[in-house]
Ligand binder design. Structure first.
Ligand code: ATP
Length: 265
């Protein structure tokens, strides 16, 4: 992988096709690598839209993830960074694009009630976040929209995307500025204005499972604290409810760790 500083070099190597999405920070296009037609996602991030530390962080985190996987399409659960370009007013990230794929939000809505598949996917997401934790990476925004599902495989496979708010963390780091989806913020953020990487990721996994299983309800921490949302979801197995309770414990120290979640039935 190289860093290039000229748009012509990017255009010589990659062809852009349709727009896949517009996010808070930029736009993402489908495309392919010209020499072998490898499908790629091309993310344009205008430098004026993002504070420099986050911009650097997204690239550094993606490089760390890709380093562990040789940048190839393999077993890695987060998508990998193939190339990046620092050109004029923007950064261009070229990412692996699983084909075909859809985000977990759409996937759940289209298959209302297919619990078994969702459980497999959730296990993969837990494994992916543990993989990140082992590399000291805090994603900060695990949610349905930030998980792509590869649907062509016999068993659907989850791939984490959008490391735009991510950072490297130390186990004892306490954060006092919130980055992420505000309605999913862990309770300690509302109570004390602080949060830590591990318990926040576990809380977000609870929110993810809650939303995946409740096709009608979207999660809001404030409503959950006022007991307007509960983990008693109709038709859910005792194991699944237990999993949810262990993720959505109000006190961060009482939440399970990712390792404990991996060992739950
Ligand atoms: N590697 C990828 N493969 C396929 N599609 C992707 C990929 N990365 C992003 N997308 C699509 O582009 C959309 C926007 O991507 P992403 O979330 O990374 O951008 P963002 O600007 O950080 O967005 P947001 O503000 O919503 O967090 C995603 O919802 C997804 O549909």
């Amino acid at each position: 992988m190289c860093v290039y500083v000229c748009t012509a070099e990017f255009e010589a190597r990659y062809q852009e096709l349709t727009r896949l999405g517009v996010g808070g920070f930029g736009s993402v296009f489908a495309g392919f690598r010209k020499n072998d037609y490898l499908p790629v996602a091309i993310k344009h991030i205008p430098k004026k839209n993002v504070v420099l530390s986050l911009l650097c962080s997204e690239v550094a985190v993606m490089l760390a993830i890709s380093a562990g996987t040789n940048g190839s399409v393999g077993m890695s659960l987060p998508v990998t960074l193939l190339d990046w370009y620092d050109v004029h007013q923007e950064l261009i990230l070229v990412l692996e694009r699983p084909v075909p794929c859809e985000d977990l939000y759409k996937y759940c809505k289209e298959r209302g009630g297919s619990i078994e598949e969702k459980e497999i996917i959730l296990k993969q997401v837990v494994d992916a976040t543990k993989y990140l934790e082992d590399k000291c990476i805090f994603h900060r925004d695990i949610k349905l929209e930030n998980i792509l599902i590869e649907t062509s495989l016999d068993v659907p496979r989850a791939r984490l995307i959008d490391f735009g708010l991510s950072c490297f963390f130390k186990k004892k780091s306490v954060y006092t500025v919130f980055y992420g989806t505000p309605k999913h913020a862990p309770p300690e953020w509302g109570h004390f204005g602080t949060y830590k990487a591990g318990p926040t990721t576990v809380w977000q996994l609870g929110v993810l499972l809650f939303e995946a299983l409740n096709n009608e309800a979207s999660f809001e921490t404030q409503r959950f604290l006022k007991k307007k949302l509960t983990t008693n979801i109709k038709g859910l197995s005792e194991n699944c409810q237990d999993f949810l309770r262990k993720c959505l414990a109000i006190v961060p120290e009482e939440r399970s760790t990712l390792e404990e979640l991996q060992n739950l039935p």
